[in-house]
Design a protein around this ligand. Structure first.
Ligand code: NAD
Length: 520
């Protein structure tokens, strides 16, 4: 027995920031088309990172509620998989329109719960919206291949949905990353159970409301809340056929191992340490601006942040100007339209980053800019860390070997491009990298030699557009089919290959053949 409220009435209250804090103190579950009050006695606080005020309480959904979600998703799959691809395309078209109309409301929810600046939060929504726009091409994306192999034989393949897809989401892109997952998964004919981050579930709740308005039938998209218990349910429930995970190494390796041991497909995007390599022939002003934005934007809490820079040769002389640009950035609440970066997600994340800064100092790096202890006026209780630059960093130092995930730039030096490439390739992560240069041949060499899945050439955060895929590599990924783009469609579908013979004349003999069938 679950208490339900209608999706529509909840949606109204979610669309204003003040209503979120006043009315939505308890975040609901969204199961079988209804927003449900959890019966749990375990609640997790969501705090505004700029103020520490409690914004809402997230339930650790009970085992019965989690089973209710996956059972409903499995039931809905029986009819959803039979809908025409054109009907699913039309729903995607309506969904992209609704998201476009509500992008400011979603952005406000992100800034409130996650802390990033409102302009950056709008970018978070927009990059997700583009994936929905791409999913509007689902009829073309799902087309198979066909080959008439002989006079009366055809071979063709079709892509069929898998069943229920589980999504386990990180805190840092509360709109974009769920939008990498559920629109494409359901457009392919699957149903979904999404677990947003327990740190900022608000954006996903608005998206669920919009999906309902766009015509996604009940049970096709479900949202469950909680932390490890919810994750374990997704990894273990036999209805779930595939898991899309994005988050830290620790959780991702665990989920990949547990999910695949249960026979599920798992794609897991993990942590990163992205290097910007600066050649002295690069356009200095452009490069320093791009580097500053990519290192400190979103308080460094982007998996594609340029958290490490390798200054090659004379480019090392640009350091003082880099420090000046970083110093000029304004740190404040994300709702302050003049802020360049907002708070970190939690006091624990801030403390961890501060400790890693100190470890760099203790191991001999030079602290050229120290953002610790910053207290923006009016937000003294927030989890703030200002832009920080550690220079003279060596590969063995802890501030280099660990992902800091904060507004901290570590600076290394190399004498040549080859030395820089070797340094980047020796790092276990392979998420993203960027080269800044005016040399076409250097760019070409970098592109060929660098062992990183997403490469920017004079582009600081090369997150691919949705017609491509998010192709992080090596330590930044577990699994082999990437998020969105063509490989996203492959991940959410099973390829069935049909070999059909329609003989136009009777060529039968009275003799059965026991040899391996061949066509020559
Ligand atoms: P996280 O791993 O702490 O949380 C991600 C999800 O896993 C959450 O839903 C959380 O509830 C769950 N989880 C956390 N700990 C768990 C555990 N011990 N067992 C089972 N489940 C657990 O990650 P986060 O802090 O939300 O996100 C930041 C991390 O995500 C960074 O490392 C960042 O690099 C990475 N990230 C990677 C990409 C990418 O595409 N490679 C994109 C965004 C973020």
């Amino acid at each position: 027995k679950f208490t339900t409220v209608s999706a529509r009435s909840l949606g109204r209250s979610l669309f204003s920031t003040s209503a979120v804090s006043a009315a939505a103190q308890k975040v609901k579950l969204y199961i079988n088309g209804e927003f449900i009050d959890s019966q749990t006695d375990k609640w997790i606080e969501v705090r505004n990172p700029a103020t520490q005020e409690v914004v809402s309480l997230v339930p650790q959904a009970t085992p019965a509620e989690l089973k209710y979600a996956t059972d409903n998703a499995a039931e809905a799959f029986k009819t959803w998989k039979k809908t025409s691809v054109l009907a699913r395309q039309r729903i995607m078209m309506d969904l992209q329109l609704l998201i476009r109309e509500k992008q400011n409301d979603i952005a406000k929810s992100i800034t409130l719960e996650q802390g990033k600046t409102i302009a950056d939060a709008r970018g978070d929504v927009f990059r997700g919206l583009q994936v929905v726009e791409h999913a509007c091409s689902i009829p073309s994306l799902l087309m198979g291949e066909t080959l008439p192999v002989g006079r009366d034989m055809d071979t063709y393949n079709i892509r069929q949905p898998l069943g229920v897809i589980g999504g386990i989401m990180p805190f840092n892109f509360p709109a974009m990353i769920p939008l990498w997952v559920f629109p494409l998964a359901i457009a392919c004919g699957n149903t979904c159970v999404i677990k947003p981050s327990e740190k900022d579930p608000g954006a996903m709740m608005i998206l669920a409301e919009l999906a309902a308005q766009a015509g996604v039938p009940k049970g096709v998209l479900n949202v469950v809340q909680g932390s490890v218990d919810t994750v374990n349910h997704i990894c273990d429930d036999p209805h779930i056929k595939a898991i899309s995970f994005v988050g830290s190494d620790h959780a991702g390796k665990y989920i990949f191992a547990r999910g695949t041991a249960n026979g599920k497909r798992v794609q897991a995007n993990l942590g990163a340490k992205n290097h910007g390599v600066i050649l002295p022939d690069a356009n200095k002003n452009y490069t320093l601006n791009q580097l500053t934005g990519a290192a400190f934007g979103a308080a460094g809490q982007r998996c594609m942040a340029l958290s490490t820079v390798v200054l090659v040769g004379e480019a090392k002389n640009w350091l003082p100007e880099l420090v000046e640009r970083a110093k000029a950035l304004k740190v404040s609440s994300g709702f302050d339209e003049t802020a360049d970066l907002g708070p970190m997600i939690s006091p624990e994340a801030t403390k961890r980053a501060e400790d890693l800064i100190q470890s760099g100092v203790d191991e001999g790096a030079q602290l050229l800019l120290d953002g610790r202890g910053i207290k923006p006026k009016g937000f003294e209780k927030g989890n703030f860390l200002g832009p920080t630059i550690l220079a003279g960093v060596k590969p063995h130092m802890k501030c280099y070997t660990e992902e800091i995930f904060g507004p901290v730039l570590v600076v290394l030096e190399a004498d040549t491009l080859d030395e820089a490439i070797e340094l980047v390739n020796s790092n276990p992560y392979g998420n993203g990298t960027a080269l800044f240069t005016n040399s076409g041949s250097a760019a070409r060499r970098f592109q060929d030699e660098i062992d990183v899945g997403q490469v920017g050439i004079n582009v600081p955060i090369p997150v691919p557009l949705p017609m491509f895929s998010f192709t992080g590599s090596r330590g930044s990924i577990r699994g082999d089919l990437n998020f969105y783009g063509k490989t996203g469609v492959q991940f959410y579908t099973q390829t069935k290959t049909v070999t059909a013979l329609w003989r136009s004349e009777d060529a039968s003999t009275s003799q059965a053949s026991v040899n391996m069938p061949t066509i020559r």
